[in-house]
Design a protein. Structure first.
Length: 294
């Protein structure tokens, strides 16, 4: 089921795009550890004449769980904060294109309005406009076979390849329009949901950064299901998630002949942005209806 976020949030987007907001304005403060040391949680002693080993064990488990989620939260935010000049350029161009597409009357090649825009049409349209803006962009489709621990599957996303620097070599930047939803999980714990809320709805970042995020989030998903005594679905495993964006892929570039009639080739404006900025916050018209499979 394709799900593209639509809700308009009070995220300070205008301030961010104009460069007037600082990191402190948009990032949550980290949870601070309590003054009590781990030793205070994990010691066992004689209470009222008996030793409550089970209670001490539970205290140790709770402290270990708390430490895990704090460390994942800090690591996730540190990874999201890091960026590079090429990522920032592609992110600004993507944000501008999405805003332009949102205000135009027709963008879907299947004939629907922006309110009914499908994922594939949006991907192709963004790809075409990115190429006109001089980015080597393409729609990529990954496809993988089933293994003993994961089922087969396929996934489509956008990719920009930069070869402008011989010193750095080829840089691959992934654009995922539905990033946050890819990691959402039913009946997840509040700790896991807190991590998911940190994610941008639209991800624009290098493949190496994406790999780090997948590793962090899949470890969190595994911990969440363990603590809630739930089964970890195979499509939540790290190997499956990596196959979506980091496995073998077919790269199919779009041509200008596929552009809609009302398309404008005006170059994207250069504005400040950041990795954790939700690019779809102003795209109130973009959504897809849920379909129940019976």
């Amino acid at each position: 089921m394709v799900k593209i976020p639509v809700n308009v949030r009070n995220s300070g987007e205008d301030d961010l795009l104009c460069g007037t907001a600082s990191f402190s304005d948009v990032f949550f403060r980290f949870l601070e550890d309590g003054e009590m040391s781990s030793g205070n949680y994990c010691t066992s002693g004689d209470r009222n004449g008996y030793s409550d080993d089970e209670e001490d064990g539970n205290s140790c488990d709770l402290e270990e769980s708390r430490a895990f989620w704090i460390s994942r939260d800090e690591l996730l935010q540190a990874t999201l904060r890091r960026t590079s000049s090429i990522e920032s350029r592609i992110r600004r161009a993507t944000a501008e294109i999405l805003r332009e597409m949102n205000i135009e009357s027709t963008i879907c090649k299947c004939g629907t309005s922006p309110a009914g825009g499908c994922r594939s049409c949006w991907q192709r349209e963004i790809c075409n406009r990115m190429r006109i803006a001089s980015f080597n962009c393409a729609v990529c489709k990954s496809k993988w076979k089933s293994a003993s621990d994961i089922p087969s599957g396929e996934h489509s996303y956008l990719e920009v390849v930069d070869n402008s620097s011989s010193r750095r070599g080829e840089i691959r930047v992934v654009i995922e329009l539905n990033f946050r939803a890819e990691f959402e999980m039913a009946r997840a714990s509040e700790e896991y949901n807190k991590l998911i809320r940190r994610l941008p709805e639209v991800f624009v970042g290098k493949s190496e950064r994406l790999w780090s995020l997948i590793k962090i989030l899949c470890a969190a998903a595994k911990r969440c299901t363990k603590e809630k005594k739930m089964h970890l679905a195979p499509w939540r495993k790290q190997k499956y998630m990596q196959s979506k964006w980091l496995g073998r892929r077919e790269r199919a570039a779009e041509t200008s002949a596929d552009l809609p009639v009302n398309f404008s080739d005006r170059p994207a404006k250069s504005k400040a942005s950041m990795l954790t900025f939700d690019l779809l916050d102003n795209l109130a018209g973009l959504h897809c209806s849920a379909v129940e499979v019976v």
